[in-house]
Design a protein around this ligand. Structure first.
Ligand code: ADP
Ligand code: MG
Ligand code: MG
Length: 886
């Protein structure tokens, strides 16, 4: 098997098209080498090797060794250096690289090949002892952390002590002799911890590095990241071995990261940071605060140190040309890592850059306008889920702000929450339902669970490309990074700034769009959905076939949904209307009634309020269809909870508390979700549905009369829940029609309406051809259909579903993304059988899945007429529907 693919020296075995095999980093390194860009030579061990490695119980097949040797010879030939040589030693980096980028999640080792002999060679050859020993101490530290599994604090502490002893502040202030002494300390520490010396043989180092990178695929943090980002566990990572170039060779050397457009706003200007005399991780780790790439970026941030454009104008010009070339070549915004070694530019990575939702929109719309991509491509470029970030409130510009610090606007959006100083604490508080801000000196990949749990992230150190910033943008969490005036003490759990002290649990607000940090909570406003958002949504609307409706039950939700472009209501639940304070007693009276006439008395009290609810909704939704679902939940949800509740019902109904309590215990159910609910209520207590139908028709007629003249019709669609037989539906349909006729007669006016059903039981799906004879529409209630098909209670699934996903037994949480193999098959089958009896039947979906892009794609494939989702997901569904249709 070919496990090793080479690149460098103007040529490569692969390219961008080989991402699955070479991982993103390897494929793009090959691509850049292939188009003649300056890439240090190297080779990629494939992702297939990763799979094989785990199949062999974390071991390598026999035929790998020779191929790796050949790969090393390839590098030696191009660089003219030899691995392990004492005169001109070759050093390499061993870098991970999965198919989908997982920033900072897996490991990389730099400067591999250094030992007590080669370090001397490197020093002599470069004429720079400091550089050689700095590289060696970095190598020992990284290798010990990544490969030998030692705690990096061990080394950081030793470094701190060395700096204190010398009375200096920056790593760069340590001289060759200091670093030499530090290396000795490092080596002692390794031997102390492991009982054996730091490996000196470069070959052992290399294999240790390769093994460690493959193993890092299965670290906890990598698994968590994959779960959060839906990256399959069986993809594996590739390993890239690449000749080192050095950004730490003095003041004509540097290392940096750059974006070809601003990843925060999408603005078309180069954006990046660099550090002079530094290596790799220094920029991202936030150890020193980096300098800006461009003058414009520097001026905007008010920084005092020169920009790269000023400090290294020639290399900068070459870099800028490369940006332009790469963006044209990939036809997308690129995120680039580079190093300058003594004035020579080297490219170490490029990939399509992660960006915020506003940036994604702007870049897609701009690139279409520039003619770089088509409108269709622009529509497909924006991740529908990411729109979520745009639809949420931002800080009210007129609200009072008690600004305590300013950092970098690392990820936009506003967030208020209580302070948590550790990721675990953030997770714990969030699980109690609190809004949390994670406040850290800087974040590391171990904090990822806390960042996810938090509403926003605030760090004291680190730039726009720091770990916190990159991860926050990816997750859509607002983030302010590098707020240097904050002094954070994790031990005492206190943050001080400008003489004020904040403790864990105190409330702060951050504005990730401006970088401001404020004490307390600040009022927010709804976003304006115009500009690029409007343009892209217009393009999407032109391309999509399916309609997008909303699940809404209050006038406020209906307003929001209409603003977001909903084309009707796909699910208006009626039960919430029963919970309101002024009604619940009447509802309880109704439930606890022992006969029809008592029930009717209670229902009569509810009719006017139901009617006015519907009037309001019909007014907001004028001209658009409104699907109203008749009462669905188990009645126990409405039961009196306390003695006070019973007293109140007793007062209202005139029955004794004793009698009411007896009735309540008679109504107790063991398994209410499979009990007396849905249309079963309408079968046993027809008067309930009769009241609801009357409320709907009376409201519809009232609003239709109001609307006379402006032509906006009212289009009620009455939906019967939890049907399992055709007979149930025909019975309730007859009841609805009788009620409609009665109301129409009373009011002397008719109105068009539909009657349909939810398909949410497997039997209903199987019998869809019979049920369709009585229905004008089906709406797939995929929440219940998932529960009843998988036999999994949604409310209890949290305890075990995560394990199922981790163990690969389920690809995704089936309540988030439709289980295509099972539930999806029932939906497709019901659609087909339903159409066999009623070819014109309208088909839609109204479960939570209606707002999940993958499920929307499934609906398109199945030929449904519409999806319905919560108001804030309407734009997501519009875009997803367009992408599915393209
Ligand atoms: P990640 O995937 O976490 O970004 P990388 O493999 O890209 O990890 O390595 C991190 C950094 O290490 C790079 O940005 C680069 O600065 C540095 N680096 C990696 N390989 C080399 C190399 N061959 N020469 C110089 N620096 C390197
Ligand atoms: Mg990288
Ligand atoms: Mg249901």
């Amino acid at each position: 098997t070919k496990w090793v693919y080479k690149f460098g020296g103007g040529d490569a075995d692969g390219g961008t098209g080989d991402k699955n095999l070479l991982g993103g980093k390897g494929a793009n390194l090959a691509e850049m080498a292939g188009i003649g860009l300056p890439v240090p030579p190297g080779f990629t061990i494939t992702t297939e090797m990763c799979t094989r490695f785990y199949e062999l119980g974390e071991d390598f097949p026999d035929d790998l060794d020779a191929q790796v040797q050949a790969g090393m010879q390839h590098i030696e030939k191009i660089t003219g250096r030899r691995f392990g040589d004492t005169a001109a030693p070759l050093l390499v980096s061993v870098r991970s690289g999965a198919r989908a980028s997982m920033p900072g999640m897996m490991d990389t080792v730099l400067n591999l090949g250094l030992n007590d002999d080669t370090v001397a060679g490197l020093a002599a050859e470069s004429g720079d002892e400091r550089f050689a020993w700095d590289s060696y101490r970095r190598f020992i530290q990284m290798y010990s952390d990544v490969v030998l599994g030692l705690d990096h604090y061990l080394f950081e502490d030793a470094m701190e002590i060395a700096k204190e002893d010398k009375g200096v502040y920056l790593d760069t202030e340590l001289e060759a002799d200091d670093l030499k002494a530090l290396v000795a300390v490092y080596k002692e520490k390794v031997e102390e911890e492991l009982g054996r010396p730091f490996p000196q043989d470069p070959k052992d180092q290399l294999w240790g590095g390769i093994r460690a990178v493959f193993s890092s695929w299965n670290t906890e943090r990598a698994k968590v990241y994959r779960r959060l980002n839906n990256i399959p566990h069986d993809w594996g990572t590739a390993v890239n071995v690449q000749a080192m170039v050095f950004g730490n060779m003095g003041d004509t050397s540097a290392t940096g990261v750059a974006f070809t457009r601003d990843p925060s706003t999408g603005e078309n200007r180069y954006y990046g940071e660099f550090l002079i005399n530094a290596q790799g991780e220094d920029v991202v780790a936030g150890i020193r605060t980096p300098q800006y790439l461009t003058k414009a970026g520097k001026d905007a941030a008010g920084a005092d140190k020169p920009a790269m454009e000023e400090a290294m104008p020639e290399v900068y010009a070459q870099l800028a040309d490369t940006f332009a070339l790469l963006e044209k070549h990939y036809r997308d915004m690129q995120d680039i890592e580079f190093t300058v070694q003594e004035g020579t530019l080297w490219l170490l990575q490029t990939r399509n850059g992660k960006r915020t939702a506003p940036a994604a929109l702007k870049i897609a719309v701009d690139m279409a306008a520039e003619g770089l991509i088509t409108e269709e491509e622009a529509v497909c470029r924006v991740d529908p889920q990411a729109l979520d970030q745009l639809l949420h409130p931002t800080l009210d510009p007129d609200a009072k702000r008690d600004v305590i610090a300013t950092g970098l606007p690392a990820s936009p959006g506003a967030a208020s929450g209580i302070i948590a100083f550790t990721a675990d604490e953030a997770e714990r508080r969030a699980s109690l339902g609190e809004d949390v801000l994670l406040v850290r000196v800087e974040t590391s990949p171990e904090d990822i669970h806390g960042m996810h749990a938090a509403k926003g992230i605030l760090t004291a150190r680190g730039g726009m490309t720091s770990h916190a910033a990159v991860v926050a943008r990816g997750m859509g969490r607002p983030c302010v990074s590098g707020a240097g005036s904050l002094s954070i003490d994790r031990q005492t759990k206190e943050m001080t700034v400008g003489g004020r002290t904040f403790k864990e649990g105190d409330r702060l607000t951050i504005d990730g769009g401006t970088g401001e940090v404020m004490a307390g909570e600040v009022a927010t406003v709804q976003p304006v959905l115009a500009g690029d958002f409007g343009t892209l949504m217009d393009w999407a609307d032109k391309k999509r076939r399916m309609r997008v409706r909303t699940n809404a039950e209050t006038p406020a939700e209906c307003h929001t949904a209409r603003e977001f472009g909903a084309e009707g209501i796909g699910l208006c639940r009626t039960e919430h209307m029963f919970f309101e304070a002024d009604r619940i007693t009447a509802v309880r009276e109704m439930i606890l009634s022992e006969d029809e006439s008592d029930r009717r008395k209670a229902l009569a009290k509810l009719l006017p309020s139901q009617r006015s609810d519907f009037e309001e909704i019909f007014r907001v939704m004028a001209g658009l269809p409104v699907t109203v679902r008749l009462l669905d939940p188990p009645l126990h949800e409405f039961m009196p909870q306390s003695d006070a509740d019973f007293d109140e019902v007793a007062r209202a109904s005139g029955f004794s508390v004793e009698r009411l309590k007896r009735r309540a215990s008679e109504l107790h159910e063991f398994n209410p979700m499979l009990g007396h609910r849905g249309c079963r209520l309408g079968i046993t207590y027809p008067e309930i549905y009769e009241m609801q139908a009357r409320a709907i028709f009376e409201a519809a007629l009232t609003v239709a009369e109001e609307n006379d003249g402006d032509g906006d019709t009212v289009l009620p669609e009455i939906m019967v829940p939890l049907v399992m037989t055709a007979g149930e539906l025909s019975t309730i349909r007859a009841l609805v029609e009788r009620t409609a006729d009665a109301v129409f007669q009373e009011r002397g006016r008719r109105i068009a309406y539909l009657v349909g059903t939810m398909i949410e039981l497997p039997r209903a799906a199987l019998k869809a051809h019979e049920i369709a004879a009585h229905a004008e529409f089906f709406s797939f209630g995929t929440n219940d259909l998932t529960q009843t098909t998988l036999g999994i209670s949604r409310d209890d699934a949290g305890r075990f579903l995560g394990d199922y996903v981790d163990k690969g037994l389920l690809a995704r949480d089936p309540f988030v993304s439709i289980d295509e193999g099972g539930v999806g098959e029932l939906v497709a089958l019901a659609a087909e059988r339903g159409r066999s009896t009623a070819p014109e039947i309208k088909l839609g979906i109204c479960g939570e899945h209606g707002g999940d892009p993958d499920s929307v794609a499934f609906c398109e494939k199945t030929g449904l007429a519409y999806v319905s989702c919560s108001p804030y997901r309407v734009p997501i569904a519009r875009l997803a529907a367009a992408q599915a249709a393209l």
